[in-house]
Design a binder for this molecule. Structure first.
Ligand code: HEM
Length: 223
């Protein structure tokens, strides 16, 4: 792997980990959340700089259904991150506390809530859209071993099982009500351990990545 590809992979993995931490706001507390949020915004900028080629290619070539979906998700993701940056900085009580307060806290709260749950869903889909690269690497690693077919099937069944559990968590946590701001306060069950909450968010992330990955796979076969 070349140095640039290594840096890109390290940034992408870090973004996945930071996103999970950010979603655990009620457990981590506000100060930690703000610092992790700043780290996420910095990684997002770096991720975009390293993928500038994608922006340059936008006016060129044909827009298939897969490309249109990818472009729409990326555009919506950019809007979410800009909203998160503005609302996060507006509400900040630690990292950006030195900035003069311009008001708009109520709006910032609502914007931050909707953008964080949409951002979570879209980042997970985006990960699934690009998962084929990781799938090829995993496939290569497994194919050289004994019982490779069995291992690959077992991995697929595991991915399906985690996605199914993610769907149950998604419905139970009622994330749809936060996405559409039907609820203005997030309910968090403090009976849950941090590990349990982390596992549930990871499963929900895998659900959307799974759907994104198989959507792309399906579109490639119909082309
Ligand atoms: C970049 C990605 C980010 C994500 C995915 C994210 C996600 C979240 C989530 C899920 C919540 C809990 C929502 C709620 O309970 O209402 C939250 C709350 C909060 N976030 Fe972020 N956040 C991000 C960035 C930031 C940044 C950069 C800051 C500030 C430096 C920040 C400051 C806050 C504050 C102050 C709250 C508490 C809001 C309240 O009291 O209602 N966030 N964030």
């Amino acid at each position: 792997m070349k140095a640039k590809a290594k840096i890109k992979t390290a940034i992408d993995i870090s973004m996945i980990l930071l996103l999970l931490l950010l979603m655990l706001f009620p457990i981590t507390g506000q100060e930690f959340h703000e610092w992790v949020g700043v780290g996420m915004l910095a990684l997002f900028v770096a991720h975009n700089i390293l993928n500038l080629k994608w922006y340059k290619g936008l006016p060129r070539g044909k827009y298939t259904a897969a490309r249109a979906a990818q472009t729409a998700v990326n555009g919506a993701l950019l809007v979410c991150l800009l909203c998160l940056a503005w609302s996060g900085i507006t509400m900040s009580g630690y990292v950006f506390d030195f900035l003069p307060s311009g008001g708009g806290m109520g709006l910032a709260r609502r914007v931050h809530m909707a953008a964080s749950y949409w951002g979570f869903l879209l980042m997970s889909l985006h990960l699934g859209f690009h998962w084929s690269m990781a799938a090829v690497a995993i496939g290569k690693g497994v194919r050289d071993r004994k019982h490779s077919k069995g291992v690959l099937y077992a991995l697929r069944i595991l991915a399906l099982a985690i996605a199914a559990w993610g769907a149950v968590c998604f419905v139970r946590a009622d994330l749809v009500s936060y996405l559409f701001l039907k609820n203005h306060f997030v309910f968090f069950d403090f009976e849950k351990t941090a590990l349990q909450a982390l596992a549930e968010y990871a499963a929900m992330m895998e659900l959307w990545a799974f759907l994104g990955y198989y959507f792309m796979k399906w579109r490639r076969t119909v082309r």
